[in-house]
Design a protein around this ligand. Structure first.
Ligand code: VGL
Ligand code: ZN
Length: 539
């Protein structure tokens, strides 16, 4: 579930207040509008005792905005503000109160400040907000209020750190800007922590609802900021049950885009031919919406035959974005089941379970791109207008420049299928997807690869540099290692059907050797020269 967190929208932070945030009052109408779009709203309230340690007045000889040490933590000294029970501490009068489920006070301990609404500045005590949100089933939070560069930022950072999918709503927040770029820096810091920066228009749909339905043949945008769900499945020339409406109603609090192919008036069966412009528009809308969707929710209504849904199942089975519900009484349940098994498509047996599975998937992160195709080793992804490949089950690659005691470089030669030629390269390998992988395990993987390919065991493996292998085509990143203190323990040649020839080339002759090899028609991998560059550097 999603929750809106309103941070410190209190009189003292509004113009005229003790610690006024410029334009702090401007956010209130927007915040009220946003509240209507969330199933759950909470607020935090700066709630200080009269002689709080964050007040300059509590430290004789100190001025407002001085920086001091307060019980071991750095503290900016503020004017006296938000003192318990005073008017200054009250929530702003214009702030709509009836939808705020709970208000969490903070900064109540004299000796420590609490910018975040979740923990004090030393992370010593929790306010209970994070735990309470979890107890309510909240997985995603939207943070806004006052002030962006203090309490809003720290609330968002703590929420992200506690595992909530976290968003900051920029235009529903304002900052203090003690330094002119404090707000900009706060936003950068939130971004680095994986928090998304939103504007309220990204959340408010016409009618003030969180989710938005696009029904065929309404025009489709190029992409969506929110997760988009295509409602595939039985329509049956308009005769099937209206299951799409049930899904739409259930997903209303989820801030999703629902792509609904089921228009009000269905075309008569006799009009279903490709030269009919209305029919073509409908089918092309469906094909385009399927491409755009992050999730394809497919429901086979028991009384329907659903030939088009079966066609779509075939089209999208390998995409990684299908979730299927198929009751046992569907006439081709067996086919659906076997296709889903083979291509790892989640399959449930009724609409209720489908809705649950879709909402769970929606609560997870929106994948940055759209999977066009997945297979055993690779996935083809489309992101914006760009297409690239991801490796499946791999976190990266290791590349090894290995130098023996006799100052020889180890190179491997093998026939490479994509380029249809023998190729000379640095020894290399893919690093697997083991949990808890680190630089040590990367070095270990590099050592294993070197041994398999060349027969040399390296006592020393130093990481030299790390970067994309080919940034236009793949997300893969490669770490280049230098292997030294080598000992030959086998013949190398790779595993199973790898047919690898190992070359040991004296470092002093490497340039002419590569040039000569290249003239014979063998392809030379330019990354060899990258490795050589590092051998030329002081160690
Ligand atoms: C705040 C300074 C001191 C805030 C609270 O709400 O951002 N800033 N106390
Ligand atoms: Zn305060």
């Amino acid at each position: 579930m999603k929750c809106l967190i309103l941070v410190d929208i209190q009189n003292d932070f509004l113009p005229g207040g003790a610690l006024a945030v410029p334009e702090g009052d401007k956010i209130i109408p927007l915040v009220n509008q946003l509240q209507a779009a969330f199933p759950l709203v909470v607020a935090t309230q700066d709630w200080h005792p009269p002689n709080h340690g964050s007040f300059a007045a509590s430290h004789p000889g100190k001025k407002e905005f001085d920086a001091i040490d307060l019980n071991g933590l750095p503290q900016t000294l503020w004017p006296v503000h938000c003192v318990q029970i005073t008017d200054g501490a009250k929530l702003a009068p214009g702030l709509q109160r009836d939808r705020i489920a709970r208000v969490f006070p903070k900064g109540t301990d004299i000796g420590i400040d609490s910018y975040s609404g979740l923990f004090d500045n030393g992370h010593r005590k929790s306010t209970g907000l994070g735990e309470w949100l979890k107890s309510q089933g909240v997985t995603e939070v939207f943070v806004c209020g006052l002030a962006t560069d203090y309490c809003v930022k720290f609330t968002a950072l703590d929420a992200a750190h506690m595992g909530f999918k976290t968003h900051f709503i920029a235009d529903a927040s304002r900052g203090v800007n003690l330094q002119p770029d404090d707000v900009t820096k706060a936003i950068q810091e939130m971004k680095r922590a994986g928090i998304t920066i939103l504007q309220s228009e990204d959340l408010l749909q016409p009618g003030g609802k969180l989710s938005r339905v696009i029904t065929a043949p309404e025009p489709l945008p190029a992409r969506f900021k929110q997760t988009a769900v295509f409602l595939a499945g039985s329509i049956d020339d308009g005769a099937a049950e209206h299951w799409q409406d049930v899904v739409i109603a259930a997903c209303e609090p989820d801030s999703v885009v629902l792509l609904n192919p089921r228009r009000e008036k269905w075309l008569a069966a006799t009009d279903h031919h490709s030269r009919n412009p209305a029919f073509r528009e409908q089918v092309e809308w469906e094909l385009q919406a399927l491409e755009l969707a992050d999730i394809v929710a497919m429901y086979f209504a028991p009384e329907s035959r659903a030939p088009i849904s079966l066609l779509e199942l075939g089209l999208w089975a390998r995409s990684g974005k299908l979730i299927v519900a198929c009751p046992d009484t569907f006439w081709r349940k067996g086919n659906v089941e076997l296709v889903c098994q083979r291509y790892h498509v989640p399959l449930v047996s009724d609409l209720e379970q489908l809705i649950r599975a879709v909402r769970t998937r929606v609560a997870g992160p929106k994948p940055p791109g759209q999977i066009l195709y997945t297979s055993k080793f690779l996935a083809l992804i489309k992101e914006g207008h760009w297409e690239y490949v991801d490796r499946v089950n791999a976190t990266g690659a290791a590349l090894i420049i290995a130098l023996t005691a006799e100052q020889k470089i180890l190179l491997v030669e093998q026939f490479r299928i994509p380029v249809h030629a023998r190729t000379i390269e640095l020894p290399a390998g893919i690093i697997g997807d083991e949990p808890g992988y680190s630089e040590e395990s990367q070095a270990e993987a590099a050592r294993r690869e070197l041994l398999e390919e060349t027969g040399y065991d390296a006592a020393r493996m130093d990481a030299l540099t790390n970067g994309p292998s080919c940034s236009g085509i793949t997300s893969e990143r490669v770490t280049l290692f230098r292997a030294t203190e080598l000992r030959q323990t086998g013949r190398g040649g790779g595993v199973e059907n790898e047919d690898i020839t190992v070359h040991e080339v004296p470092l002093a002759e490497i340039g002419p050797w590569l040039e000569a090899k290249g003239k014979t028609g063998v392809l030379i991998d330019p990354k060899i020269y990258t490795g050589l560059f590092f051998l030329g550097q002081k160690q």
